[in-house]
Write a protein that binds this ligand. Structure first.
Ligand SMILES: NC(=O)c1ccc[n+]([C@@H]2O[C@H](COP(=O)([O-])OP(=O)(O)OC[C@H]3O[C@@H](n4cnc5c(N)ncnc54)[C@H](OP(=O)(O)O)[C@@H]3O)[C@@H](O)[C@H]2O)c1
Length: 250
């Protein structure tokens, strides 16, 4: 019988890992998504969409499917899911590995303004009107209604519906990866003065950070939430070799 494995997904790495594991006859892999995007990219393994009902619901899922190992490959800002994963692995008594992307590191020329969360990012924009590029998730945009003096360009995977109650907001729907040259053109065409972003890490959304550095544009960077201490790897390759060590031969 194959080893049943659950990958908590939502990142490019989770898809790459699932793809690699799907080719290995030792594993039967399921990948779960929060269901935040309307038409998620196709996945190479069966997908569970929409949550489990907290840590206990996830633990029940693990037991029902006789899951032997769980991999937390969620987005670095999905802290609740990562905490649920730790608790569920404990309840179901199975090993857990976290696949976590390293954050971007400040480089010479970066004009980063680190903030602790979305409300702090809104304050960091200041009182004077500015041209702002927002690259946050749909659920994080509402607090910007408290700062209607700015002119916003908002990029998201799905349309923002209903639109925000902001007098000056334009919307752009697009899915990454975003390369530096395109990001530079976008920033220049829209005369952007400041970007608000998360420190997602990885190459897919780094283009705007590199473009901001080249153009001398400030980036209000929302710091990562605290994540639980878990045995972690930072690449798909490392995850595969760790999995190989943890699971006994069939
Ligand atoms: N989740 C993503 O795929 C994703 C992708 C890109 C960015 N982010 C960013 O992460 C931050 C928080 O996002 P969030 O609300 O999705 O995470 P969260 O606050 O950690 O999770 C909230 C709930 O969503 C469900 N969930 C989250 N990830 C899941 C997964 N991989 N599989 C199944 N269920 C999942 C769980 O519901 P139950 O308790 O019912 O199990 C979880 O308790 C935001 O800044 C968002 O922009 C998330």
């Amino acid at each position: 019988m194959k080893h049943s494995i659950l990958i908590l997904g939502g990142t490019a790495e989770s898809r790459q890992l699932a793809e690699r594991m799907a080719k290995d006859i030792r594993y039967a892999v399921e990948l779960s998504l929060a269901g935040r995007t309307r038409s998620p990219v196709e996945q190479p393994v069966p997908v569970w969409i929409g949550g489990f009902g907290g840590a206990e619901g996830l633990a029940d899922h693990l037991r029902q499917r006789d899951v032997k190992l769980m991999i937390d490959a969620t987005h670095p800002y999905a802290a609740r899911m990562s905490r649920n994963a730790v608790e569920a692995a404990r309840l179901a008594d199975i090993p857990l590995i976290a696949l976590r992307r390293a954050p971007w590191k400040r480089q010479e020329g970066d004009l980063w303004h680190d903030v602790g969360g979305v409300p702090q990012a809104v304050s960091a924009l200041g009182d004077s009107p500015r041209r702002v590029f927002l690259t946050l998730g749909r659920q994080e945009l509402l607090p910007f209604e408290a700062a209607p003096q700015h002119d916003y360009l908002i990029r998201s995977v799905d349309p923002i519906e209903p639109a925000l109650e902001l007098p000056q907001a334009r919307y752009l729907t697009s899915r990454g990866p975003f390369v530096e040259a395109d990001e530079m053109a976008l920033l220049q065409q829209n005369k952007i003065e400041v970007i608000v972003a998360k420190n997602s890490g990885g190459p897919a959304s780094y283009g705007k950070i590199a473009a901001a550095r080249a153009l001398g544009i400030e980036v209000v960077l929302i710091q990562r939430p605290e994540l639980p201490e878990v045995a972690s790897v930072d690449s798909v390759e490392e995850a595969l070799s760790r999995i190989d060590h943890i699971l006994p031969p069939l």
